[in-house]
Design a binder for this molecule. Structure first.
Ligand SMILES: Cc1cc2nc3c(=O)[nH]c(=O)nc-3n(C[C@H](O)[C@H](O)[C@H](O)COP(=O)(O)OP(=O)(O)OC[C@H]3O[C@@H](n4cnc5c(N)ncnc54)[C@H](O)[C@@H]3O)c2cc1C
Length: 403
């Protein structure tokens, strides 16, 4: 195959615009095709996510770090607690690295899309990929509206339910449910605000019946997320349940939890975000085939517990562009990209799977954890050991990618 000059990126979420900007820096013209007319429903409906230092490092390559930091709240400390608010341990940010930025999803999408647009990248909305026709000198994408487009390669940045993944390998594994449903809610706690966490701290708490996290928003309200153990359910099924009913179940699950109980009491059904099932992608046998390749959640969704999905998606987009810049044969570039990325993302996903198990642990396991964690965070579970390898990752854009 000849050197890649043009690329179609399927998906305008996080990996899509970042990959497009990096490809442009690598001298490859990219167009983004997004299924929805605007934001995908889960992205438009609120919710927040953390961009870790390694994600900020990746954004620096495309010149978007500053814009993302400007919309993000610095998270300087992580605090681990039991449900009653007793501190089990804490982890400060790693020395020499910028703090993780907590951003609203809708803001992040807006900033990334504006950044891509300002770098002359075209995004076509309302274009849902349904198939491809592979030809000797290129690939034609077929969209649900009957339209087509042609380029040298197709990059699947189309998320955890990727169509491109199935086009690469119809037998590819599906995402796996980790046994927890995700919810988000924000509310002002009435009273003197004593229960309000200090700004900059992100709290993670092993509640009696459900894991939860919370932090103070810049407007003084408390944002809470809950991971509720639940039988499998699709996002559509979860969102079809009236919010009032979920709020009732969450209030029951978090009765006695500090400050989850107070936040949920103060919240109304309109404040509730139903994020849906927490899932991870099992290791994929194939990340690429011929002129098709995957980037982001389509290849390696590590589950929300890693706090790394978006950051890894950004890293992968940049590294794919670097490989395509330096290795003229796309098959060699895709293979080098996969070899570079696979060990890292699979290690982070495996660690997150363990976290998922601890979130869904029974009362005995939780009691043991509460006993051990204070000792462990002072000895073996140092911030460097917990996050160093993931967060200290640096992309040297000027270094040539090796085959
Ligand atoms: C509850 C929850 C909390 C999370 N918290 C964090 C966190 O704190 N930190 C973190 O780093 N990560 C977090 N994540 C993970 C993070 O959201 C994902 O890893 C990240 O969004 C992946 O980006 P992506 O671009 O690969 O996929 P997505 O963001 O899912 O984007 C995919 C895009 O492709 C589009 N698309 C899909 N199919 C097609 C098609 N056929 N044709 C055209 N377009 C298509 C979609 O509409 C969408 O816009 C969390 C996830 C969840 C569910």
């Amino acid at each position: 195959m000849n050197r890649v000059r043009t690329a179609m990126i399927i998906g305008g979420g996080i990996a899509g615009p970042v990959t497009a900007c990096a490809l442009r820096r690598a001298g490859i013209e990219a167009t983004v095709y997004e299924a929805y007319a605007d934001l995908a429903p889960g992205d438009a409906s609120g919710g927040a996510l953390g961009i870790a230092p390694n994600g900020l490092d990746a954004l620096r390559v495309i010149g978007a770090e500053e814009a993302v930091c400007a919309i993000g709240q610095p998270t300087t400390d992580m605090v681990f607690e039991n449900g009653r608010g007793r501190r089990l341990g804490s982890a400060a940010g790693l020395p020499g690295l910028p703090p993780t930025r907590t951003v609203l999803r809708a803001d992040l999408h807006r900033v990334l899309r504006e950044h891509a647009r300002d770098h002359d990248i075209r995004t076509e909305h309302g274009r849902r990929l349904v198939g491809v026709r592979e030809e000797p000198d290129g690939v034609t994408a077929e969209f649900a509206d009957g339209s087509t487009a042609t380029a040298d390669i197709v990059i699947g940045a189309d998320g955890i339910r990727s169509t491109v993944r199935t086009l690469i390998d119809p037998a590819a594994p599906a995402p796996e449910y980790v046994g927890l449903l995700g919810f988000g809610v924000g509310a002002s706690i009435p009273g003197d605000g004593a229960a309000r966490p200090a700004p900059g701290a992100m709290h993670f708490a092993f509640g009696k019946r459900a894991f939860f996290g919370y932090w103070t928003h810049s407007d003084g309200s408390v944002a809470l997320f809950s991971n509720l153990p639940h039988p499998p359910m699709t996002t559509a099924e979860a969102r079809a349940v009236p919010a009032e009913r979920w709020l009732g179940l969450l209030r029951e699950a978090h009765a006695g939890d500090v400050p989850a109980e107070a936040v949920l009491r103060a919240a109304s059904a309109d404040d509730l975000l139903v994020a849906g099932p927490l899932e991870l992608m099992p290791p994929l046998p194939h990340w690429h085939r011929d002129r098709l390749v995957l980037v982001g959640d389509s290849a390696h969704a590590p589950s929300a517990s890693s706090g790394q999905g978006a950051s890894l998606a950004m890293e992968s987009g940049i590294q794919l562009a670097r490989c395509l810049r330096d290795l003229p044969d796309p098959t060699a570039a895709f293979a080098a990209y996969e070899a570079m990325r696979r060990p890292r993302v699979e290690k982070i996903a495996a660690a997150a799977a363990k976290t998922n198990n601890s979130k869904a642990a029974g009362p005995l396991a939780k009691a043991v954890m509460a006993l051990l964690m204070p000792i462990m965070t002072r000895t073996v579970l140092t911030p460097e050991k917990m996050f160093g390898e993931a967060q200290r990752h640096h992309i040297d854009w000027s270094a040539p990618a090796a085959a």
